[in-house]
Design a protein around this ligand. Sequence first.
Ligand SMILES: [Zn+2]
Length: 80
Amino acid sequence: MPQIDTSKVSRWDLHGRAYVVHIQRTGTRRTVRCATCGWHSGARFLPWLKAQEHLAQAHQATVDPSNRRVPSARPPVPDH
Ligand SMILES: [Zn+2]
C-alpha cells in the first residue's frame, strides 16, 4: 500500500486568525490543500513554499506561529 504522510504549514494573519495548509505526499506527488478556502495545487518541489505563498496572497497570513519575534502578531486567545 502507498505510504501517505502529511504535514502542514500554519500561519496567522495580523488579526491572530490561524490558517492551515496541509501537504499530502503520495509517492512522488505532493498536493497542497488549504483548509480554509479549499484551494489546492500539486507541487513537485517545495510544497511548503507554495503553501506559504498561498497563505500570504489569499489570506494575508504571513505570521509564522513558531516564530514569535513578529511584534504585531498576537497568538490566538487560549480558551480556559
Ligand atoms: Zn486558502
